[in-house]
Design a protein around this ligand. Structure first.
Ligand code: HPA
Ligand code: ZN
Length: 343
C-alpha cells in the first residue's frame, strides 16, 4: 500500500519525541553563524549564507568535521552559546520534541582560548529557559574529542567536575577511524567514578570492534550510531540481549555517505532484529533536518507505518535518562496520540 505522505507527515509532526543524539555545535545554522561572526568581528571565508551552505557537501566524516570546527570558531562569548542553544530549543519545541539530551564539545572551544565556563553557562541558561517556557526537559553530555589525546580529555573532565550538578554524562565524538574507544578507557573510568553517565560514538565509520570496545572497555549505557553492529552477529545478539540503545541519525548517515541511499538504512532491519533503535538529528544545520525530517526520511524510504514510528519514539524515551515514572508518562502520551489516529 502506498502511504499518504501528508498523513504520515502530520503524524510525525504531532508525535511527542525525545532527542538523544545532538551536537549543539552541529545545530549552528548558517544565518546565525553570519550574525555572530559579524558581532565578534570574525570573518567567514564565504560571501553569503547561500555560498556557505553550498559547501555542505561531504564525502566522509572528516570532511564534515573540518567545516563543523571552522563554523564553531565564531562562538566566543557566553551570549553566543546561549543564542546557539536557544535557536535549537525554539526549533525543536515547534517539532514536538519534549525531552533532549545534548552533547557539547568543550575542547572545540577551550583549545581556541574560550573559557569552559562561558560555554557551559550560555548553554545551560538556554536549557533552563526552555524548561521554564516550553516544559522541555533535558540532560547535558560533555563529549571528548577522540582525535585529541588522553591528557586533553582528562583536563576537560577536570573542568567538568565543577559543573557536576549540570553535566549528566560524558561522550566521545569526532574522527572515529584510528581513534578507538580504548584510547579513553582511563578517562571514562574516572568519569564513571565521578558519577557521570557514559556514552560513546562507535560503529559510525569505524568497525564493529569499536562497539565491542565501547561496551567492554568504556562501559557505556548507549552507543551513538552503532550502524556497523550488523556486520557482527555475536555483537548484534549481545546488543539485543542487553537492550543497548543505538542512537541512529539517518540524515547524517546519508550526508556523510556512511549509507549510500536512505532505502538502505538499517533502522527497520534493526527493529525487526529486536535492537533498541532510536532516531535523532546529530548535526541538523549541516545534514538537512531536525527530528521531524529524520523521521520523515526513514518513513518514506522504508515505508514505515505509524505504529513503527511511534515505537521508535517510545524507544528513545526508554533509552533516555529520565526517571522510570517520567518514561512511563511519555509512553502513555504516545499511546494516547496513536489512539487518536484510530489505530
Ligand atoms: N560523528 C562524530 N563526531 C561528531 C559528529 C558525528 O556525526 N558530529 C559532531 N561530532
Ligand atoms: Zn554524533
Amino acid at each position: 500500500m502506498i502511504q499518504d505522505k501528508t498523513d504520515i507527515g502530520t503524524f510525525i509532526e504531532g508525535l511527542p519525541k525525545a532527542e538523544l543524539h545532538l551536537h549543539i555545535e552541529g545545530s549552528f545554522e548558517a544565518e546565525l553563524m553570519f550574525k555572530i561572526a559579524e558581532r565578534n568581528d570574525i570573518s567567514i571565508p564565504f560571501d553569503s549564507v547561500e555560498k556557505l551552505k553550498k559547501a555542505y557537501s561531504f564525502n566522509n566524516l572528516q570532511e564534515f568535521l573540518d567545516i563543523y570546527y571552522a563554523g564553531a570558531n565564531v562562538l566566543i562569548e557566553e551570549e553566543d552559546f546561549y543564542e546557539l542553544t536557544k535557536a535549537y530549543l525554539d526549533k525543536i519545541h515547534r517539532q514536538k520534541v519534549v525531552h533532549t539530551e545534548i552533547f557539547f564539545d568543550p575542547q572545540t572551544h577551550t583549545d581556541r582560548g574560550v573559557d569552559f565556563d562561558k560555554v557551559i553557562t550560555g548553554i545551560h541558561r538556554a536549557l533552563e529557559e526552555a524548561k521554564k517556557n516550553y516544559g522541555i526537559t533535558y540532560r547535558l553530555i560533555m563529549s571528548f574529542l577522540r582525535h585529541l589525546d588522553e591528557a586533553s580529555a582528562f583536563d576537560t573532565l577536570e573542568s567538568g567536575l565543577k559543573y557536576r550538578d549540570i553535566i549528566d554524562g560524558v561522550g566521545l565524538d569526532s574522527s572515529e577511524l584510528g581513534n578507538p574507544p580504548s584510547k579513553f578507557k582511563r578517562v571514562f573510568a574516572a568519569a564513571a567514578k565521578a558519577g557521570f553517565k557514559l556514552v560513546a560514538h562507535a560503529g559510525e565509520e569505524g568497525p564493529a570492534d569499536y562497539i565491542w570496545e565501547a561496551l567492554d572497555e568504556l562501559k557505556v549505557l548507549r552507543i551513538d550510531h552503532g550502524n556497523r553492529c550488523l556486520d557482527d552477529e555475536a555483537l548484534t545478539k549481545r546488543l539485543v540481549d542487553e537492550q543497548m540503545p543505538l542512537t541512529l541519525c539517518p540524515l547524517s548517515n546519508t550526508a556523510l555517505q556512511v549509507i549510500k541511499r536512505m532505502e538502505d538504512h538499517p533502522v527497520k532491519r534493526m527493529m525487526d532484529l529486536g535492537l533498541l533503535a532510536t532516531i535523532h538529528s546529530d548535526d541538523p544545520a549541516y545534514f538537512g533536518g531536525y527530528m521531524n525530517e529524520n523521521f520523515m526520511a526513514v518513513a518514506e524510504a522504508l515505508a514505515m507505518n505509524k505504529t513503527e514510528l511511534a515505537q521508535l519514539s517510545k524507544n528513545a524515551f526508554t533509552a533516555s535518562w529520565l526517571s522510570p515514572a517520567e518514561i512511563a508518562k511519555h509512553h502513555q502520551a504516545i499511546d494516547d496520540y496513536v489512539a487518536s489516529f484510530g489505530i
